[in-house]
Design a protein around this ligand. Structure first.
Ligand SMILES: Cc1cc2nc3c(=O)[nH]c(=O)nc-3n(C[C@H](O)[C@H](O)[C@H](O)COP(=O)(O)OP(=O)(O)OC[C@H]3O[C@@H](n4cnc5c(N)ncnc54)[C@H](O)[C@@H]3O)c2cc1C
Length: 416
């Protein structure tokens, strides 16, 4: 087993870190000020994206690009430490065209779009010309079970007509969000509950698409939005169907593998930054004649945070390696494991750092409060922790059933 990064990873990582140090970290204050003043998108984002693209630091997340498609073609394993580096600043992934949910949508279109759909939607997304959203969750049903969704996609002549209400649709408040990939039901009475769903491409300016609000998340307003949207008699041509009728559930599964691992990679970067901030603060501040790190409880938080981050990082790297070598389907247990583990590591480490900073940790003067909010949100986004734990348990139990009796020799009850 080789734990070292490839030469290609080291090279791109160094370039990304230099870019972050030169162009992103010095603009954190400017970004925050712009957002608080209601200037969104922030004025420099377009220029930074152009600069990153011109330096070849673009679409770092997609391994299997076609010849004409711009990007680095890194494997998932190679991309992991780079995503981690970009995860240190919440808006940095966008600079490299690597932000969710655009990445998951590009993955999905890359796998399933027709040539015409690729030209109309995927190619401009890969060039970074606009943004997109993914609309699955609904306020009226428990959406962690995607078979519950009720939005209808009904065939009418050469069109489909969509009716339903979605919420928590990330990216939808962006003025340049031009595409919704919506999951709904084309065949709600199909006996196979996993064949009732389909996905359809909806241009954001289609009549009947109504963004009704952008709810705050833990009282935090997200300028890109996690919006509630009503789709009322929204009519699109039948050629906008993604994949075939009834394939929506399978498409959602295919989309979520890469999406989940990218969230986890970035979360590790956020946790790593929180630990670094925690250590620095504990070296500077003194209470009762001691630096904070000299108090046993804080030394323990530092040590535990290092263990938490390292454990999470190794598991994410293993999941990435499996995705590259056996595919996302065969890596689904590891993907569920990291999705159930990493957001908790993100919030646990960030929470400790907030405590070490004292009351300042709760203010916008550090990135910790925002980071905590996002880590907490990730315990729901792309499926709540409990569904991942259930999936892992199911796979473990199935494996146990297949080997039933194999561990009997280890038991030594008294002979009767
Ligand atoms: C910041 C943010 C961004 C998001 N972005 C998007 C997006 O872009 N597009 C989109 O479609 N959705 C998005 N979501 C929605 C997210 O995917 C859903 O919130 C999630 O799937 C859970 O669905 P739900 O909220 O309906 O919870 P419910 O399904 O109502 O579940 C409620 C709770 O029940 C428990 N539970 C559920 N299943 C089990 C189980 N098997 N075992 C034990 N307990 C269980 C869990 O504790 C769960 O939290 C986003 C969410 C957040 C917070």
């Amino acid at each position: 087993m080789d734990f070292s990064y490839t030469a290609r990873t080291r090279d791109v990582l160094q370039q990304v870190e230099r870019f972050m140090d030169a162009h992103i970290v010095p603009r954190i204050r400017e970004y925050n000020d712009a957002i608080h003043a209601g200037h969104y998108p922030v004025p420099f984002m377009g220029d930074l994206r152009e600069l990153a693209k011109s330096e070849g630091l673009w679409n770092l997340f997609l391994p299997h690009l076609k010849e004409h498609e711009p990007g680095t073609r890194l494997s998932n394993l190679e991309y992991a430490p780079i995503a981690e580096a970009t995860g240190r600043v919440s808006w940095a992934p966008e600079v490299f065209n690597c932000n969710a949910p655009d990445t998951g949508n590009m993955e999905l279109l890359h796998m399933f779009a027709t040539e015409e759909q690729r030209e109309q939607w995927l190619d401009p997304l890969l060039r970074g010309e606009f943004h997109s959203a993914f609309a699955m969750t609904e306020p009226d049903v428990a959406s962690s079970d995607a078979t519950n969704i009720t939005t209808l996609i009904q065939r009418d002549g050469d069109d489909y007509v969509i009716n339903g209400r979605k919420w928590f649709i990330s990216n939808a408040a962006r003025p340049d969000c031009r595409l919704f990939i919506l999951m709904g039901k084309t065949d709600p009475n199909n006996e196979n509950i996993h064949r009732q769903q389909s996905m359809i491409l909806i241009p954001a300016d289609t009549e009947g698409v109504d963004i009704v609000r952008n709810p705050t998340v833990l009282n935090h307003t997200s300028p890109e939005g996690h919006c509630e949207i009503v789709f009322r008699n929204v009519r699109v041509p039948a050629r906008n169907l993604l994949g075939e009728e009834g394939s929506g559930f399978a498409l959602a599964q295919a989309r979520l593998g890469p999406g989940r691992i990218h969230h986890c990679m970035r979360s590790i970067g956020a946790a790593q930054l929180a630990l670094e901030l925690m250590i620095e603060r504990s070296l500077e501040r003194k209470t009762f004649g001691k630096h904070l790190h000299q108090h046993g409880s804080i030394a323990e938080w530092i040590a535990k945070s290092r263990i938490d981050i390292e454990t999470a990082r190794l598991l994410v790297l293993k999941a990435a390696w499996l995705m590259d070598n056996v595919g996302a389907k065969a890596a689904r247990k590891e993907i569920s494991m990291i999705k159930a583990l990493v957001p908790t590591v993100h919030t646990t480490v960030t929470n400790r750092a907030i405590q070490v900073f004292g009351a300042m940790g709760l203010t916008p003067d550090t990135p910790l409060a925002d980071s905590y909010t996002w880590g907490r949100a990730l315990q729901f986004a792309d499926g709540p922790d409990e569904t991942h734990l259930q999936a892992i348990a199911r796979m473990e139990i199935k494996e146990g059933q297949e080997k039933l009796g194999a561990s009997a020799a280890y038991l030594t009850p008294p002979l009767r």
